[in-house]
Design a protein around this ligand. Structure first.
Ligand SMILES: [Zn+2]
Ligand SMILES: [Zn+2]
Length: 437
C-alpha cells in the first residue's frame, strides 16, 4: 500500500482539503512524501544500528534525535530520565495531545550478522566485555518515530492537536543500582507536564512476517516481577540431620508447594499466570546440611488482582512450609513492569486505521505474550495502544527466524514504511475523532 493518508471513509473529517506538507509541491503527492521519508527512515535506522548504546547510556542516540527534532522546528527537552528526549509538536489548531513512544536502548549482544551496517561496538557490562547490538530492534522504533515526526511537522499548520514524541531510554532495564525507563520518566513528571490524552507505541518482532501488524485488545503483555526467598535453618553434619534444621528439604517443599498457587489457588479463568524458579543456591558439600538456601524466580500475570494474590500466597506458602520444618523463610518481591493493557475502546477504534495502512489481511490478533514491556506504565496513565510489527522476510519462517535478542536478529527494512505510516495515521485519526478546544 502506497497511500500515506487515510481513505476518506476513515479520515474524511481531518483530511478533506488539507495540504499535506509545508511545501505545496510535496503536498500534491503523498506517495512521493512517503517514499522520501521511507528512504530516510532506513538511513537513520542503519546509522543507529551501527552505533548502539546500552540503557541509560544512549548519549549519542539522544543527540542524533535532538538534532533531527530541532531541525524540524519541534520543541525539545533532553536529559529526561537520564538520556530521554522529548519533542512537543504544537499543531496549528486546538486538539488532543497524542503521545508516541519509541525506546532507544540496545542490548549487550555481539552481532553475528554480516551487514554493511552491522554493529562493531564493544563495551563492558557488569564487569564483562560484551558487544552491543540493537538486537531488540529499538533502532527501528527510533527511526520510524523520527520519520513520523518529519511527516507530522510538515503538516503542523493543519494539525488539530499536539504530538508528544517520547524517545525513552532503558526499556530493557536500567543498569544495576539505577532507575530508568518509562517509570522514571513518569516519576520525573513527564505526563503531568505535557498531559497527553492517549499513548501509542509499537515493537518490531521476528515472530510475524514483514508488514504484518499483530495486536490484542485488553491485556497483551504480562507483568514481570522477581521474587527472592531465603530459607534459614541451622547447619549440621549430613549424617545427623536431627542435630540442626535442614533448609534444603524445606526449600524443596517450598518449590513444590508453590506449584499449587497457579494450579489450585488462583481463579485461572480470569487470566493465565506463571510462577517459575530460576535459581536455587545452598550448601557447599555432600555431608554438610547448610545454614540457608537462597531461591530466585519470576512471576508473570495478565491481571493485576491475580498478581497481588500471587504475591500474598507465595509469602504464606514459603513462610508456613518453612515453619513446619522448624526453619524460617523470608520472601522478597521486587516489582517489575506492570501488565501492558490495550484500552479496548481505543483498540476498536484504531484497528480500521491499521487495516487501511497494512491491508485487511495483514492485521491480526496475536496471543498473549508472557514477556513484559514498560510501555505499560504509560498505558496505566492514559488510554494506550501497543502493537507488533512483523520484520521477518517473506522467504523465512517467522516460527524459526532468529528472534529479538538473538545476535542474528534481522529486520526486513520494508517493514519500516508500514510502521512509520501506522504511527502517523494513528495520530491523525485520533486527532480527527477526538476534537478538543
Ligand atoms: Zn527486548
Ligand atoms: Zn524491545
Amino acid at each position: 500500500m502506497k497511500r500515506l493518508f487515510l481513505p476518506l471513509a476513515i479520515g474524511a473529517t481531518l483530511l478533506g482539503g488539507i495540504p499535506l506538507g509545508a511545501n505545496p509541491a510535496t503536498a500534491a503527492d503523498p506517495d512521493q512524501l512517503l517514499k522520501n521519508t521511507e528512504s530516510k527512515v532506513i538511513e537513520w535506522r542503519r546509522h543507529l544500528h551501527q552505533n548502539p548504546e546500552l540503557g541509560n547510556r544512549e548519549f549519542e542516540t539522544a543527540k542524533y534525535i535532538e538534532q533531527h527534532l530541532k531541525a524540524l522546528g519541534i520543541q525539545v527537552e533532553t536529559g529526561v530520565a537520564h538520556t530521554g528526549v522529548i519533542g512537543l509538536l504544537k499543531g496549528g489548531k486546538p486538539g488532543p495531545t497524542v503521545a508516541l513512544r519509541a525506546d532507544m536502548d540496545a542490548l549487550p549482544v555481539t552481532e553475528q550478522m554480516d551487514l554493511p551496517f552491522a554493529s562493531k561496538v564493544k563495551t563492558t557490562y557488569q564487569g564483562k566485555d560484551v558487544g552491543v547490538m540493537h538486537a531488540c530492534g529499538h533502532d527501528t522504533h527510533v527511526a520510524m518515530l523520527m520519520g513520523a515526526a518529519e511527516v507530522l511537522a510538515g503538516m503542523r499548520d493543519e494539525l488539530a492537536g499536539n504530538v508528544l514524541f517520547i524517545f525513552q531510554p532503558a526499556e530493557e532495564g536500567a543498569p544495576d543500582g539505577e532507575e530508568g525507563g518509562a517509570e522514571l520518566m513518569l516519576k520525573e513528571g513527564l505526563f503531568k507536564k505535557y498531559k497527553p490524552d492517549v499513548a501509542f507505541g509499537q515493537h518490531v518482532t521476528s515472530t510475524l512476517p514483514v508488514g504484518v501488524i499483530g495486536y490484542r485488545s485488553g491485556p497483551l503483555m504480562a507483568s514481570s516481577d522477581e521474587f527472592r526467598i531465603t530459607v534459614d535453618g541451622r547447619q549440621t553434619h549430613g549424617s545427623r540431620p536431627w542435630g540442626g534444621v535442614d533448609p534444603i528439604t524445606a526449600a524443596a517443599q517450598i518449590v513444590l508447594g508453590t506449584q499449587t498457587i497457579v494450579s489450585r489457588q488462583i481463579d485461572i479463568t480470569k487470566e493465565p499466570a506463571v510462577v517459575s524458579f530460576g535459581k536455587i543456591d545452598g550448601g557447599v558439600r555432600n555431608n554438610i546440611i547448610p545454614d540457608s538456601v537462597f531461591m530466585n524466580g519470576t512471576i508473570r500475570n495478565f491481571d493485576m488482582d491475580n498478581r497481588q494474590q500471587i504475591f500474598a500466597k507465595l509469602k504464606t506458602t514459603a513462610e508456613l512450609i518453612a515453619e513446619s520444618a522448624g526453619a524460617k523463610a523470608k520472601v522478597e518481591i521486587i516489582e517489575g513492569y506492570p501488565v501492558t493493557v490495550n484500552n479496548p475502546a481505543l483498540t476498536d477504534k484504531v484497528i480500521p486505521v491499521m487495516k487501511a495502512v497494512a491491508g485487511d489481511k495483514n492485521v491480526i490478533v496475536v496471543p498473549k505474550i508472557t514477556g513484559a514491556e514498560d510501555f505499560s506504565y504509560f498505558a496505566n496513565e492514559v488510554p494506550g495502544f501497543y502493537y507488533f510489527l512483523g520484520v521477518t522476510p517473506k522467504s523465512k519462517d517467522p516460527a524459526t527466524a532468529a528472534s529479538n535478542h538473538s545476535p542474528r536478529f534481522y529486520v526486513d527494512e520494508s517493514a519500516l514504511k508500514v510502521g512509520t505510516e501506522a504511527i502517523t495515521q494513528l495520530t491523525l485519526d485520533y486527532m480527527a475523532n477526538n476534537p478538543k478546544n
